[in-house]
Write a protein that binds this ligand. Structure first.
Ligand code: SF4
Length: 360
């Protein structure tokens, strides 16, 4: 029996251990890279070069950084790694309209991202936390509980690695994966800024959507800071009582306060807010609900996006198609735009509210 396989295995374990201890470069912005390079006594133009390799060329290896001197590439190799995430599984094959990506963090936790194609629109849905503390009753992620906030690098790396697997350039990003983005506010904004940077990924601000369950102090802060990314808010109820049924967060941030924050955002940004409304059979899908929504939202600068529920095997069900149709018909005269999102990827549990991974 040969000893070779044991030696190889030990080497690869050692390599994995040292790789895990290395700091990842993805997630660092221009200023961070300039600081890192000045500590290595390198001229500042190297920062721009490194930024381009990471975010524009999206290389996977230091060897591919053609205009970086060999000695410097070697020092990078010793101290740093490029990606903070390891792609461990992809559900769905190349060319399919929806694919789900499972990543492992350096600390072992797992998160999911989803790639969706619809005509020329290629959207990646990314996670901002491992699990979630908000506990919406209809959501698979809630069952994981809250584990941790993702770093800027762990958020941006989802985009970078999914983009390498996509057959066409990604046109849109939505923060609608695992977690409540506004409970990881600073890192989510920094990640959006990195994706928007014109020297790197260069995704237009209006192609980045941050979706929140309605953390009103953060909506107000976001409005006051005048960020240009699109904002979507999960409404999921036509009154305080109906919202409370599925979203316990409504107790802490009541509907009236949320409506005031929505008005503040649209006033500050001069843009409508997108309100997401999940249709659950017998819970949010009556004509009465539709009428109440009309009253609640009339005069507000908003769009309503109705999402028939994606079942996760729990107590909530998707309404029959004729019920969905009558709900939409009841909103025919709404003075605000109404759209229906026929969620993609439900067959691979990649639809809205379906993302969840088991604790390892
Ligand atoms: S819907 Fe969003 S905020 Fe609510 S539990 Fe799920 S991931 Fe968290």
């Amino acid at each position: 029996m040969s000893c070779a396989p044991i030696k190889d295995n030990r080497n690869s374990l050692l390599m994995q251990a040292s790789l895990k201890s290395k700091i990842a470069l993805v997630g660092l912005n221009r200023d961070d890279l300039d600081t890192l390079l000045s500590e290595l006594n390198e001229p500042s133009f190297r920062g721009q070069q490194l930024f381009g390799w990471l975010y524009r060329s999206r290389v996977n290896s230091f060897e591919d950084m053609g205009n970086i001197p060999t000695g410097l590439r070697k020092s990078f190799e010793e101290k740093y790694r490029i990606h903070p995430l390891k792609l461990i599984y992809v559900t769905g094959s190349t060319g399919e309209s929806t694919r789900k990506f499972l990543f492992e963090l350096q600390t072992g936790e797992k998160v999911e991202s989803v790639l969706m194609k619809e005509g020329k629109r290629i959207t990646v849905c990314i996670s901002s936390q491992v699990g979630c503390a908000v506990d919406c009753d209809f959501c698979a992620t809630a069952s994981m509980g809250f584990q941790k906030n993702l770093s800027v690098g762990e958020i941006v790396d989802q985009f970078l690695q999914v983009s390498k697997e996509s057959t066409a350039p990604i046109t849109n990003v939505v923060f609608m994966g695992m977690g409540e983005p506004f409970l990881n506010y600073d890192r989510v904004i920094s990640a959006a800024d990195l994706m928007n940077d014109e020297n790197g990924i260069k995704l237009g601000a209006k192609r980045i959507t941050i979706s929140t369950v309605g953390i009103t102090p953060k909506i107000n802060r976001y409005a006051d800071e005048k960020h240009r990314y699109k904002l979507a808010i999960s409404l999921n109820g036509s009154s305080q009582e109906s919202r409370l049924q599925t979203m316990p967060i409504t107790k802490k941030y009541p509907l009236n306060d949320l409506l005031t924050a929505i008005d503040h955002f649209s006033y500050q940004s001069r843009h409508p807010v997108t309100l997401e409304y999940v249709l659950m059979a017998g819970v949010t899908d009556s004509k009465e609900d539709a009428k109440k929504l009309m009253t609640l939202l009339s005069g507000r600068r908003c769009k309503l996006n109705v999402i028939p529920y994606n079942e996760i095997g729990g107590k909530y069900k998707r309404p029959e198609n004729h019920v969905i149709d009558s709900f939409i018909a009841a909103l025919d005269d709404a003075p605000f735009p109404v759209t229906v999102r026929w969620s993609k990827g439900t067959d691979i549990a990649a639809g809205c509210g379906q993302l969840a991974v088991q604790k390892s």
